[in-house]
Each structure stands twice: as C-alpha cells, then as structure tokens.
Design a protein around this ligand. Structure first.
Ligand SMILES: [Zn+2]
Length: 138
C-alpha cells in the first residue's frame, strides 16, 4: 500500500522533527562569501524572511519541502496518518506563503523562494547561481 520508499519517509520525519535548519545557513554562508550582507529573519517584514538584502530590495525564503508543501516535489508526500491534521496544517502554510509573497511584492520587494530539495549536494550549485542572478535582477 505504501508507495513511498524508506528514504522519502525518513526525509519527511526529519522535517517533522524540525531540526533541519541547515539549508538556510547554507544560503547565508554562500551569499556572505560572495560579498553580500544581509539581515536574518527580519520580523519587520511580512513572514520574517530568512534572508533580507536591503541593498537589492530582495528577500529570500528557504522553504522546507514538507512544511511548505512543495508541489510536484519527490520529497513531498502527504503523511498517511493524521491526514486531516497535516492537510490543514500544510495548506495553511501554503496560503500564508502566497499571502506574504503578495504583500512583499506590493511593497516593492523582489521575492526569491529556494526549496530545500534544490540545495541538496548534487544540485546546490545551480540553485545558488540562480539566486545570485535573481538578486541582481537580470
Ligand atoms: Zn522540494
């Protein structure tokens, strides 16, 4: 019955435990090494973005695929137990993400979303390069 392999399930579990904050650190370190200076988790802005680059009027959200319901992502599967609970929770998060992006854009911010799966070792470089390009607005 369970179509999801062990790896995906343990990936989900690691997200549920909420210990995995490493991806945003990775992006911050990279940007720092490229000479960017930023604010972290700025509460003055909608959704307190993970990374704020005032000079470029850009904010970056680093989203966990599970919590933020990454559509079409192989790492995102609906949990089999407490279905209703998770559906509610994740759909609320998705709606909130949509809203905060909209408000930020209305305020003139460039909003970049990076997904955790894009920061896996194998494809990290592509994702980080894309961020640079998007920051500079090319
Ligand atoms: Zn993903």
């Amino acid at each position: 019955m369970d179509v999801h392999d062990k790896k995906t399930r343990s990936y989900n579990m690691s997200q549920i435990k909420g210990k995995n904050t490493k991806p945003e650190e990775l992006v911050r370190k990279y940007l720092f090494s490229q000479g960017f200076r930023y604010r972290k988790n700025d509460k003055r802005l909608p959704g307190s973005p993970d990374i704020v680059l005032p000079k470029y009027k850009t904010v970056i959200f680093v989203n966990g695929c599970f919590w933020h319901g990454h559509e079409g992502c192989k790492h995102f599967v609906w949990p089999k137990s407490n279905e209703e609970f998770w559906k509610n929770k994740i759909e609320t998060n998705i709606a909130r993400d949509k809203k905060k992006t909209q408000v930020l854009e209305e305020l003139g911010w460039n909003v970049i979303v990076v997904w955790e799966c894009q920061l896996k070792r194998t494809n990290r470089e592509v994702a980080l390069n894309r961020i640079l390009i998007e920051i500079k607005g090319d």
